[in-house]
Design a protein around this ligand. Sequence first.
Ligand code: BGC
Ligand code: IFM
Length: 812
Amino acid sequence: MKYGFFDDLNREYVITTPLTPYPWINYLGSQDYFALISNTAGGYSFYKDARLRRITRYRYNNVPLDLGGGKYYYINDDGDVWSPSWAPVKKDLDFYECRHGMGYTKITGEYGKVKVGITYFVPLNTNAEIHKVVVENKSEKEKKIKLFSFVEWCLWNALDDMTNFQRNYSTGEVEVEGSVIYHKTEYKERRNHYAFFSVNAPVYGFDSDRESFMGTYNGFHNPDAVFKGVPTNSIADGWHPIASHCVEVNLKPGESKVLIFLLGYVENDPEEKWEAKNVINKKKAKKMIEAFSTEEAVDKAFDELAKYWDGLLSKFVIESHDEKLNRMVNIWNQYQCMVTFNMSRSASYFESGIGRGMGFRDSNQDILGFVHQIPDRARERIIDLASTQLEDGGAYHQYQPLTKKGNNDIGSNFNDDPLWLILSTVAYIKETGDYSILDVMTPFDNDESKSTPLADHLKRSFDHVLNNLGPHGLPLIGRADWNDCLNLNCFSSEPGESFQTTTNKDGRVAESVMIAGMFCHIGEEYARLMEKIGNKEEADRAYREVKKMREVIMEHAWDGSWFLRAYDDFGRKVGSHENEEGQIFIESQGFCIMGGCGLNDGKAIQALDAVEERLATKYGIVLLNPAYTRYYIEYGEISTYPAGYKENAGIFCHNNAWIMAAEAIVGRGDKAFDYYTRIAPAYVEERSEIHRLEPYVYSQMIAGKDARRFGEAKNSWLTGTASWNFVAITQYILGIKPDFDGLKIDPCIPKAWDGYTVIRQYRGDTYRIKVKNPNHVSCGVSKITVDNKEISGNILPLFGDGKLHEVEVILG
Ligand code: BGC
Ligand code: IFM
């Protein structure tokens, strides 16, 4: 069942009912100012950091769902009250539509022959969001409408805001000047920032105190001021500052009017502190308000945003027979990659914006998905990430985006972390050819006095694995590897005895086969990079170590039909047929094969067959099987989840991509693409009532076959699934793979396909790559011509002339 449809021409998902199975959201903002907005106008805004600079309030866990705060509008049409976004009033509308597009959301509601359309977006390079409101009288009579806006301010620190009431209820301060309501709580303190909400029309009245606006015991759905049609002109003094304008809109039959609301954030320089005693300096706000005071200016900003997205999405464009594939690759997967780049794992409807900052592992992986869109920002991000690395090559697991400093609470002993930095840097260089990034002097632990070139950071990442090997010669897992919940380090002498903690101490001997596989894959890339920059000695050493690791894997980590997952702290196998539960895990199958293990002796195929037999389901591939049905203290958090959820045998969409890649590596294009379609949102759209989350973006997890709610997704948007699935489809399946010396063409597709065309902008040139499959094979390139000349090998030449080059690829 569907709750809307894709409008590919406009790059929108159009939701046609407010009653989606869960709030379906979108993101606004592309640089520093961001907002989340649901299909019924729920959500919140923040500047750079969803924890420390929260601009508006949102209550997670609210009842009813998604009535926790938003950017609400109310219409009072002669006593009849409704909201164009359905919520919060929830009056049945005559027409409702929400269009989530690239960096904007348009919600339209119609009731009683009044139509209101609201376009929410953040103009480029602006710390503010625009709500362009169009009110149209579709009746035969004149209408005298009162339109109310509403936002509720957050007192900046989102955690403090929902806990420190004894203080907060006495701190709220606002100023109101004409049609602008300023929120200046804490402006006096060290934080010299404020927010404002304005409208480009005279107001009939306003409110800035929540209780005055609403009534003490009312909710968002029935505020007194709106129902009475009379704002109270309240000035907040502590308690709950809000901003609500009341504007009279008088419309003749058929007439429509446009109002521009601007919700903005300002940071003043210290010398600009005050306008007068205790009066904030409003200069910057007024400038912003002036800049967006007309419809023309707003439409121009909207066009600029659309052009920005045209640019970002023009780097990789596929034309194929499969419209779902086209819309995933050309629009939604790339869009989600940008959002994950901006947000890391901080703010979604499943991440409160408080719990986590930027993840070292996560943000490095995100780079794989967006580096082709804005390589400069990837470069900046790589250096930020590397600057939190520690001298021994380890890395803080997370850092706070506002300060860019490593977060000490979580520590640094996730032993996969360092390797991801190599992978992101290599991806950046392969995309851009910019080796100079390796020379950037980069601090350790943000201490400038301890800076070395980025190349040295990569070496330390590589060596961090080698310096932390366990009894079998496999990498020590530390607190966990990619699988945060596989916590194998415990502190008893015997299995099953009492443990102090399983999660936050350094590892003893537990070893990870996944890190071993990663080391083979990423270590080989490191070796190739060293070769490219002429550091032969380091390249030889790296190749040697990778070869050795492959041997160790085949000797100690092959379980007979698949790769083991780990050795626990007692040296016992994890992910083995010898185990009672958790006999096979997905991660080590994917990464050992990507790392080149078992390719020549049939073992890779054997492992993938085991994945198909034991892990694959119609909704995707589960993480492990059989699911853990009890708590194993020696495995940690993984066994705390009920069977079929999250890391305990859920379908973790992130790692499904590694299996697609592995299937492509062994040449099985049909299976690779089949796995792709099982989880790619556009293919899932038809079963939205089961899947429940947005059908235009990936979710982190879909409940696995052992779960009661098999097929139900959770944790949409912020997941490495976005970047890895983009890598899997574009590089491994469609086979357009950036390499050090140019684009490598190496498709592995379903045999039935006749071909497809990809337009790829790369290092300043544009390639139109027509892949033809006359013999209906999956892989193997028999001939490539570039501008009608046959080339040898499968790396497209670099021209550097900024022109379009026609490429024909014949498979067979
Ligand atoms: C979740 C994991 C997540 C981790 C983050 C765990 O509770 O289950 O999925 O990666 O927290 O630290
Ligand atoms: O790898 C992690 C990721 O860093 C956060 N989400 C869950 C994944 C698997 O545990």
